[in-house]
Write a protein that binds this ligand. Structure first.
Ligand SMILES: [Zn+2]
Length: 469
């Protein structure tokens, strides 16, 4: 199967932008791209071969597919709760609801969440799942099954928490696991699912939840496990000032220094949020090649603060974007996080803080670097995987903007003519093609009803209180 996109504007992120050109895809790879029409051999083949799909990209902008580097898909089922809480208040309220989840909840939530991501131009997503109540089915497999159905490239992180309230942590003891169980389950997840190949649709990540819910031993054992198996490490870090205080009080160190002590800085690590960083912290991230996932809508909703993204980029610390879980970001589309990032940085640091092109780079190449996949995805180049978002820029309201990258980033996300993952069409004309879009959406709504019913069955009586606080 081959695909030729013609007459299309291209923002490849690497190399010069193309006002009108072509992209030639064979199998799951980009073989050629450039200005004007494709070369004679390609055109000859495209005109004679019924297995070649020709796409007229007139009025469209092709960018690398967007890469989402922080999410909790199960949270689709707990949107709209604890609306005005701080992070710690929000967590304490929601742990009780999440404790009731089962594999059906995760499957439905992940189907809706990943469908929603694909519909905003996302072709690769990570998922950080860190709550595994006993006897409730295979929650890790449920997310993977949903990703396979939607057809999105997936980097599920086997999360974990072992520091319940009785050990000075934030979560109730009922939602944490024992260290040995966590390490065994995490090793099994890697052995069962991780595919290190170039074209890989699934790579597993090791991801204890946060310094306030995971013990130092879990952090160091997880790092050793991940490095022994050659997979990446992810955790939440420096999200709020409450966390700063918690780390200082419990460990005598601020979050980045604590991570350094635990051997958690390095090119195989990326942190979610990294909002509250000192100059020295940014220097440590840059020097060690440690990445960060910036989640501006979630940070805004929880009043966490604004990450120093433009300065991190300037100093060479890698930043990708993330929507974060839907319980704190609601229905945030990944494409919209480019705009949110740009506006937050400019509101705080002035109009020169970040350009539209830099925001696009964070959402694509920055994300690919966080996931260790910059050789395969994140830019449009011959030899890379054909993960492409084709944005329709010729609508009645967007056509007034001459610069399509400006329109894409400064404006609301434009409609999608097509989303390709490894050359396979996942979205066409704004509709999911791999699964029924209605069914995926309804599965998310059913997951929410099921989760709240299960939570009430388990004696959780505070659903209404959660609503009103
Ligand atoms: Zn998160």
């Amino acid at each position: 199967m081959s695909l030729l996109i013609e007459n299309v504007a291209i923002a490849p992120v690497a190399g010069p932008e193309i006002e009108s050109g072509h992209i030639w895809i064979e199998g799951d790879r980009i073989v050629a791209l450039g200005p004007g029409a494709a070369g004679v051999p390609v055109l000859a083949r495209a005109s004679g071969d019924p297995d070649v799909v020709r796409v007229d990209g007139t009025g469209c902008l092709a960018t690398p597919g967007l890469v989402n580097t922080h999410h909790h898909l199960y949270q689709w089922a707990s949107q709209g709760l604890a609306q005005d809480a701080t992070l710690f208040e929000w967590l304490v309220a929601l742990y009780q609801v999440w404790a009731a989840m089962d594999a059906d909840v995760v499957k439905g939530a992940a189907s809706a969440g990943l469908g929603w991501l694909a519909l905003s131009g996302c072709t690769t997503s990570s998922d950080h799942h860190y709550i595994f109540p006993k006897g409730r089915g295979d929650l890790f497999a449920a997310g993977i099954e949903a990703a396979r159905e939607i057809g999105i490239r997936f980097h599920p992180a086997r999360g974990s928490m072992d520091r319940g309230q009785s050990h000075g942590g934030l979560p109730p003891d009922a939602v944490v696991e024992e260290l040995d169980d966590i390490l065994a389950a995490t090793a099994e997840a890697v052995d069962t699912y991780h595919d290190p190949s170039f074209s890989s649709m699934l790579r597993v990540v090791v991801a204890p939840c946060s310094p306030f819910s995971s013990s130092a031993e879990l952090m160091t054992e997880s790092a050793a496990l991940a490095r022994a198996k050659g997979v990446r490490l992810h955790t939440h870090l420096a999200e709020t000032l409450d966390e700063d205080e918690h780390c200082l009080a419990q460990f005598g160190l601020r979050p980045v220094d604590y991570m350094e002590k635990l051997d958690w800085l390095g090119p195989d690590v990326w942190f979610a949020h990294a909002v509250h960083l000192s100059d020295a912290d940014i220097g440590k991230l840059a020097a060690t090649g440690t990445g960060s996932a910036h989640c501006p809508s979630s940070n805004g909703r929880l009043g966490a603060g604004i990450a120093r993204v433009s300065e991190m980029v300037r100093r060479g610390a890698n930043v990708g974007l993330g929507v974060d879980g839907s319980a704190s970001s609601e229905l945030t589309p990944l494409a919209g996080e480019m705009r949110q990032t740009l506006l937050f940085q400019r509101a705080r640091y002035g109009p020169a803080a970040l350009t539209a092109r830099q925001a696009l780079e964070l959402a694509t190449l920055g994300g690919a670097r966080n996931l260790g996949r910059e050789a395969e995805i994140g830019t449009l180049e011959p030899g890379k995987l054909a993960d492409i978002a084709l944005w329709r820029m010729d609508g009645p309201f967007t056509s007034a903007v001459a610069d399509p990258v400006c329109a894409l980033v400064f404006g609301p996300p434009p409609p999608l003519a097509r989303v390709l993952v490894g050359g396979r069409t996942v979205v066409e004309d704004g509709e999911l093609k791999t699964v029924s879009q209605d069914a995926a959406g309804r599965a998310g709504a059913e997951a929410r009803r099921r989760l709240l019913r299960l939570a009430e069955d388990q004696g959780f009586r505070a659903v209404k209180e959660v609503h009103h606080h």
